[in-house]
Design a protein around this ligand. Structure first.
Ligand SMILES: [Mg+2]
Length: 360
């Protein structure tokens, strides 16, 4: 699909990428509201990030067709991760071709982009889901079985969006009817693993995928950003279990509240120190998107502050842990004074120096 030059900013070049920070963000329940898929509260923030040339990489369980729609609406020009890490779509000329060479075996070329394919073909997933159902005797309703009206009923999407959601390539969403016990879910997961697949939980559906996940796609892009643009700080935002691997692979992981105001139990268990984004003033169901609209609570705004910090790549993990150890974020504001007190001095993390970003 061709991107309009009037509405989409030009791809970044090394010279136009002065800020050493990039953002990886989930869509549903994180950047857009769970209930009505609106991103109105974050519109102006996205503009600001674009103005500052800070890449915003959308990483969703949505299809390529769906994310392309949001990207156009949000006027973003950065790569994006589709279907829970099934593929990375990289606009032409975004990274120099030489950096993509090592992924050549998995690259499918389109008119305007390259697609690094990491997931299993959709037909295999559909077949596997049927086999898992037969083996476990647990009734499963796959996305491929749903007609347009059923997709609308289960997702709340309008007819046009539902059509885009049905164009799946690397991930099969499914429902377990009724209120499945943890034991039932475990049985399904274990059978999927035995067959060489994975099950992850998103905001609305379980998802059957190959060995791909958001984290693997994030790692590839981080490597590309480090090599091509010398970006060192990567902020990750997500709200559901399928964001765990994304959050585990960024320097600053931020867990968003779910639509009912709670936090994902699996992520809290696996990442006890993760920054938690509190519910916004409206609380509960409107929290995630509204959270961003509150400047005080706004990680995107705070993210821009990181452009002043240079973190050596090898120290990314300890830096992340240092963020996770406090409650700077869950206190309401992200207290960056702890992170870059200014000037060239030692950070609380051994081996990590904070220094002012030097322009040029
Ligand atoms: Mg989500």
């Amino acid at each position: 699909m061709l991107l309009s030059k009037q509405t989409i900013s030009k791809p970044f070049t090394k010279e136009r990428m002065p800020n050493r920070i990039a953002i990886f963000t989930d869509l549903d329940g994180t950047l857009i509201r769970h209930e009505d898929y609106s991103f109105a509260p974050v519109k102006s923030l996205l503009r600001k990030l674009q103005f500052k040339h800070i890449p915003v990489v959308l990483a969703s369980s949505k299809t390529r067709a769906e994310i392309e729609h949001y990207r156009r609406e949000m006027k973003l020009a950065d790569p994006f991760i589709v279907e829970n890490g099934g593929a990375i779509v990289i606009p032409n000329n975004y990274f120099e071709t030489r950096y993509l060479r090592r992924h050549q075996a998995h690259v499918r070329s389109y008119a305007d982009s390259s697609c690094v394919e990491l997931g299993r073909p959709y037909a295999e997933l559909v077949q596997a889901l049927n086999e898992i159902q037969a083996e476990t005797q647990v009734p499963l309703i796959g996305f491929h079985e749903m007609d347009l009206d059923q997709i609308i009923q289960h997702t709340g999407l309008d007819r046009r969006q539902a059509r885009l959601a049905a164009r799946r390539e690397y991930d099969e969403p499914f429902l377990i009817p009724g209120d499945p016990t943890p034991g039932t879910v475990r049985k399904v997961r274990q059978q999927a693993t035995r067959q060489g697949f994975r099950v992850v939980k998103g905001g609305r559906f379980y998802h059957l995928t190959g060995k791909s996940n958001k984290g693997r796609a994030v790692r590839i892009l981080i490597q590309l950003y480090r090599m091509a643009h010398q970006i060192q700080v990567f902020i990750g935002l997500g709200d559901s279990e399928n964001d765990l691997s994304l959050l585990q692979n960024v320097t600053v992981p931020i867990l968003m509240a779910k639509s009912d105001g709670t936090f994902d139990a699996t992520i809290l268990r696996r990442m006890p120190g993760v920054k938690r984004a509190l519910a916004g003033p409206a609380g509960g169901s409107r929290s995630s998107a509204h959270f961003f609209a509150n400047r005080q609570h706004d990680p995107f705004h705070q993210a821009t502050q990181f452009s002043k910090v240079a973190i050596p790549a090898k120290n990314a993990a300890p830096f992340c842990e240092s963020l996770g150890s406090g409650d700077a974020f869950s206190g309401g504001a992200f207290d960056l004074s702890r992170l870059h007190p200014g000037g060239r001095r030692r950070s609380p993390v051994p081996g990590v120096f904070n220094r002012r970003h030097r322009a040029g």
